[in-house]
Design a protein around this ligand. Structure first.
Ligand code: V47
Ligand code: SF4
Length: 381
């Protein structure tokens, strides 16, 4: 296994007590988190994150063959940071019929998809049966494909619109074929940030209640954090600590996913500059260190870009997400990453970092271990 040796003489002295805690497997405090965000020694913070990553996942770096299905972009909200949503009647608005959804799914399965990531806007008039029929149709034709669907924001919307409890909504979706939930809609939980970027959206109380309910029903989920807009390091730490507390309670989260904000084409935040690579890698590293009860940290290449996502594997990330066919949310906001990353390219990016490329399913069961030497020839290019 890869050795995570830290040369203490090279490490910022402020990180020494954190190093001691990490090696002893002790939980880090809010104050430790502040030190990690403030230290100029980003490499040192990344090395500490690497210790945790290696203890949890060894040399393995995971990915999945997956397909995104954004069933509609019409949304009753209109978050200030969202370039994806449209209003009914807009030229770029769409709602896929169940048949169209299945047709898209077929294309994904043809290239090996074993997960559909199904999310959409909060549509004002679609009936409840549409969502159930969509899942039933996908499950009927592709029983072996895992259905990861609907953010907490959508679940809350369904509950209010169709006058059901979270438990009723989730139970019916599970019966129709839902297997797990993605981590979206979390943004930044601190109210003062939330109100600046998505005032109409559910807050932490409801977001956490939806995930708690899902976990109680045996549905695993992920948790995201959208960074690089108006939040501070303190807000990010507050976000992480809330997630850590909920995970202590339920144990139902699989992966923490820091999401790099893309400002282009957004309604009110297009004047902001992108977070820098420093911030990207620091969010990954601090997330890995603070969220000691999450097994996985994802480098979501669609938002990070391929080069930073690859580098993030040296800063605590152990998951590369997947092939991600037909992602719309980030691409409407200006992302220039590909729509589809072929397996060979993911394998090469992972192998080049010295890690073992492991193809997984949604719940991290191993599907196939790929060639760890796949990166060698690229070194010569
Ligand atoms: O909730 C919206 C974010 C999220 C922008 O669980 C934006 O496996 C950047 O949650 N720039 C949806 N981000 C995506 C998401 C996700 C992605 C991949 C894997 C998983 C998982 C979950 O995208 C939204 C919001 O936080 N978002 N607009 C934007 N302009
Ligand atoms: Fe709607 Fe989600 Fe976009 Fe907000 S982020 S406007 S809830 S699609």
């Amino acid at each position: 296994m890869e050795q995570c040796v830290v040369n203490l003489a090279m490490l910022d002295r402020a990180l020494w007590p954190i190093y001691e805690k990490v090696v002893a497997g002790e939980r880090l405090s809010l104050e430790d988190g502040r030190v990690l965000f403030e230290t100029p020694d980003l490499i040192g913070a990344g090395q500490l994150a690497g210790i945790v990553r290696a203890a949890k996942n060894g040399d393995d770096a995971y990915f999945i063959i997956n397909q995104h299905i954004n069933y509609c972009n019409i949304c009753a909200l209109g978050c200030d940071f969202c370039a994806f949503s449209a209003k009914e009647g807009d030229a770029h608005a769409w709602v896929y019929s169940v048949e169209e959804i299945v047709e898209r799914a077929r294309r994904g399965v043809a290239i090996g998809a074993r997960e559909f990531h199904v999310v959409g806007g909060l549509h004002p008039t679609l009936p409840w049966e549409y969502y159930l029929d969509m899942l039933r149709a996908l499950k009927a034709e592709f029983p072996h494909v895992h259905l990861k669907g609907f953010t907490a924001v959508e679940i809350d919307y369904f509950a209010r619109k169709f006058r059901k409890s979270y438990e009723e909504v989730l139970t019916e979706l599970i019966e129709a074929g839902l297997n797990s939930m993605p981590g979206g809609g979390a943004e930044i939980f601190a109210d003062h940030v939330h109100d600046q970027i998505c005032k109409q959206k559910i807050r932490w109380d409801k977001w956490s209640e939806v995930h708690r309910t899902a976990h109680q029903l045996g549905v695993k989920s992920n948790a995201t954090m959208l960074y690089g807009h108006v939040e501070s390091a303190e807000d990010r730490l507050d976000h992480m600590l809330r997630l850590r507390g909920l995970q202590d309670e339920t144990g139902g989260f699989m992966t923490f996913i820091p999401l790099h904000f893309h400002p282009e084409n957004t309604p009110k935040l297009s004047h902001l500059r992108h977070a820098t690579g420093q911030t990207d890698l620091r969010c990954i590293a601090v997330g890995r260190l603070m969220l000691d009860n999450f097994d996985h940290v994802k480098a979501y290449w669609t938002m990070l870009g391929l080069k930073l996502a690859q580098t993030a594997l040296h800063f605590g990330a152990d998951d590369f997400d997947g092939t991600v066919t037909e992602e719309r949310i980030t691409h409407f906001a200006g992302a220039d990453t590909p729509q589809l990353l072929p397996v060979e390219q993911i394998v090469r990016l992972i192998a080049e970092t010295g890690r073992r490329p492991v193809e997984r399913d949604t719940t991290f069961d191993i599907v196939r271990i790929h060639d760890s030497n796949a990166g060698r020839d690229s070194v010569q290019r």
